[in-house]
Write a protein that binds this ligand. Sequence first.
Ligand SMILES: NC(=O)c1ccc[n+]([C@@H]2O[C@H](COP(=O)([O-])OP(=O)(O)OC[C@H]3O[C@@H](n4cnc5c(N)ncnc54)[C@H](O)[C@@H]3O)[C@@H](O)[C@H]2O)c1
Length: 318
Amino acid sequence: MKAFVTGAAGFIGSSLVDRLLKDGHSVVGYDNFSTGQRRFVDDAQKSPHFRLVEGDLLDLDKVKSAIAGCDIVFHLAANADVRFGTHHPFKDIEQNLIATFNVLEAMRANGIKKIAFSSTGSVYGEATVFPTPEDAPFPVQTSLYGNSKIAAEGLIASYCEGFGFQGFIFRFVSILGERYTHGHVFDFYRKLREDPSSLEVLGNGKQRKSYLYIQDCIDAILIAVERANGKVNIFNLGQNEYCEVNQSIGWICERLGVSPKLSYTGGERGWIGDNPFIFLDCSRIRALGWTPKLSIREGVLATLEYLKANPWILEARS
Ligand SMILES: NC(=O)c1ccc[n+]([C@@H]2O[C@H](COP(=O)([O-])OP(=O)(O)OC[C@H]3O[C@@H](n4cnc5c(N)ncnc54)[C@H](O)[C@@H]3O)[C@@H](O)[C@H]2O)c1
């Protein structure tokens, strides 16, 4: 297949690009490098089957011409930050909803009908059912990010209905592993490198989260795209376990050989829109034959090893 990958220089996008190339596909990567890293596409750029287009998804004409000739779109570009949503309320609408609209319009103009989309477990807001299934009671949004993603899901579903598209929508828990550039392991590692004697934790540390390793996430996306045959295919992607943030701090500190004094900012949530408990029911994707290979602990430690070996990332994303 010839795939168009938006956010191709990002954490998840670049990992997907490498996998697609390894599996023998051709890839056009599209990225504006707002958070993407040039080093993440270094390997891909050595392949004759990869073409990188540097551009913004808000530039519809550019997307229309870059996407020509592709037969499937993996739309991963976004403002992936949840925490600072209220600092710039239009950003999520622009980067996550209008950008998705442009991708859909560029597909329509070029007769491309398959789209895989990175949504998020944040769309469930503060869920009331655990593990949370895809058809959980219609969720109340708690973040501008989650809101923009559920709106984008709706847009994709409307294009499936109205224009005969096929959609694959993935609601991820937090993803971690190689090329990880944001999230709790990143924050804790950065702080502990600066001062191993103390660590400030947002919230009360009792937030329960389910983290998924990047290669398991990529496996799930590719299995779903190959095997699911509905019009709008929605999948939760996560682990069938969760951990407390405090537990993860324990694994990180043990691996780094540090014993910081912990201080908590307090409250059940680390920030507005932080869901104190995320645990998704992933039986739908598991029924297609997918099983994650790494446990949460193994994923956290693999991430830590990656950050230790790539300190440039701390600078690049500071
Ligand atoms: N990382 C996670 O834990 C996680 C969890 C749930 C959902 N997601 C979703 O997965 C996707 C990828 O996340 P990530 O962690 O790789 O984030 P990331 O920030 O590493 O990657 C996003 C990429 O998109 C690019 N981009 C952003 N806006 C763009 C625009 N207007 N035009 C062109 N390129 C643009 C950035 O430069 C970057 O390379 C996002 O849609 C995110 O919302 C991520």
